[in-house]
Design a binder for this molecule. Structure first.
Ligand code: GLN
Length: 440
């Protein structure tokens, strides 16, 4: 404050522009500096006045390139702001840039980005997680104060766990998805990432709320209120981690037993949650990504002798390997003859998962697990896609059920951070954040 906002933001933008961890795809220096000037003149008002925020690059920003980390959208400039971006502007936030991610948010390490991998500020030979890797590394590396990520199947919580920051996937419907470029609409939410729970709660207050442009919006506001009670905590038996992470988690549980009632609980359907998630996510993705035809958005070519060839070539050149794999698998799962076998089966599993959580929340306030089964991987370490998918085993159930899930950096394994995941019933964000504050 005493230094002057413009000075502070100038210094920060110098760091952001260096892009040391490759957190950013686009740096919005001019916008940030002009907003800082406004702030100094007392013209920027609101809950986030003068506070730097980074935005994941699948969230539409009017006049600012929004790429989804894909060649397909490498030069796409949206004509409108996402609901959450409107809210940031209304509350006076300073937008520092658009963050790197897995292509179309498909991945767990940000290695599928067309713009190169994000390096983990805690150990630069490792990934920062994904798909919101840049949103996490920009906080862990001191390049911003707050950031927005999106979470379809762990993409906020995984990078939060890998980089030692806080990340929340809100209840489905709490935050408008208007302007979020879709991957799997029925699973995803935009959510806050931060270096403290107070910051995270404040950002959630700003982005949550009514919006008629998203038909799944719950029409609810969010105000953080500290919840004081005797929390009944369930340890989810089906959630997994490697030996070292499990040992650290169990040590944490022992300490927890001194301040809360803790019991193990079994949710048997979770054994099938991961394959169900991938069938549903890929099916929705295959349908969503049909719109990238080289005519309406981004990457295009001179017209070839036939439209069929044109579409094929645009899509062959514009999409990366992982995205193509998912379009093909999703189309397969939705095709005649296989629809019942895969997609409908997955929806049935989804219902079982929803019912298991419903039952669990009759006797527990909060369910906990390690967020990720491992510490951040070395860059290039995971080569096989199925092994990569397995890393999401603990995070995807919350997306299938639409419940809120918060990753709190509470564990350390071999000098690297691992998060503890707190899951609660729909709209119990205040309880999750309160519990996080009590145990950290
Ligand atoms: N790893 C998950 C996937 O690739 C994460 C997706 C996400 O949350 N955007 O589907």
């Amino acid at each position: 404050e005493s230094e002057g906002a413009l000075n502070c933001v100038e210094k920060l933008m110098k760091e952001v522009k260096k892009n040391r961890y490759n957190s950013f795809i686009t740096v919005t220096e001019e916008i940030a500096l002009s907003q800082a000037e406004e702030y100094e003149k007392g013209k920027l008002k609101g809950k986030l006045a003068g506070i730097p925020v980074a935005i994941k690059d699948n969230i539409s920003t009017a006049g600012i390139r929004t790429t989804c980390a894909s060649k397909m959208l490498h030069d796409y400039v949206p004509p409108f702001d996402a609901h959450v971006v409107e809210r940031l502007k209304e509350e006076g936030a300073i937008i520092v840039g658009k963050t790197n991610m897995d292509e179309f948010a498909m991945g767990t390490t940000t290695e599928t980005s067309y713009f190169g991998v994000v390096r983990n500020p805690r150990d630069e030979s490792r990934v920062a997680g994904g798909s919101s890797g840049g949103s996490a590394s920009s906080i862990a590396g001191g390049e911003t104060v707050l950031s927005l990520g999106s979470d379809t199947g762990g993409s906020i919580r995984c990078p939060a766990s890998f980089t030692g920051v806080y990340g929340l996937k809100p209840t489905y419907g709490l935050v408008s998805r208007y302007g979020l470029i879709p991957y799997a609409n029925s699973l995803e939410q935009i959510g806050p990432m931060a270096a403290s729970l107070d910051d995270l709660a404040l950002l959630l207050e700003v982005i949550a709320g009514r919006d008629q442009r998203d038909s799944t919006n719950a029409g609810r506001e969010f105000r953080f209120e500290f919840v004081e009670k005797d929390f009944k905590v369930g340890i989810v038996k089906e959630m997994k981690a490697n030996e070292k992470v499990m040992a650290a988690f169990e040590e944490f549980v022992e300490k927890l037993k001194k301040v809360a009632k803790v019991k193990e609980i079994s949710l048997p359907s979770l054994n099938y949650a991961l394959p169900a998630y991938y069938v549903i996510a890929m099916s929705e993705a295959s349908s969503n990504l049909a719109r990238y035809d080289g005519v309406r958005y981004g990457y295009t070519l001179e017209k070839l002798d036939s439209w069929r060839k044109f579409f094929a070539k645009v899509r062959a050149e514009g999409f990366g390997e992982e995205v193509k794999r998912r379009i093909m698998m999703g189309s397969f799962a939705l095709s005649t003859g296989y629809y019942g076998k895969y997609y409908l089966k997955a929806l049935k599993v989804r219902t079982l998962v929803i019912n298991d959580f419903k039952r669990a929340f009759e006797s527990f306030d909060i369910l906990i697990s390690p967020t990720m089964p491992d510490v951040a991987f070395k860059i290039g370490e995971i080569k096989d896609p199925v092994t990569m998918y397995y890393a999401d085993v603990n995070t995807v159930p919350a997306n299938l059920a639409g419940i809120p899930a918060l990753s709190v950096p509470l564990l350390e394994v071999d000098g690297l951070p691992v998060g503890v995941q707190l899951m609660g019933n729909h709209f119990s964000e205040s309880a999750l954040i309160s519990f996080g504050k009590i145990v950290e």
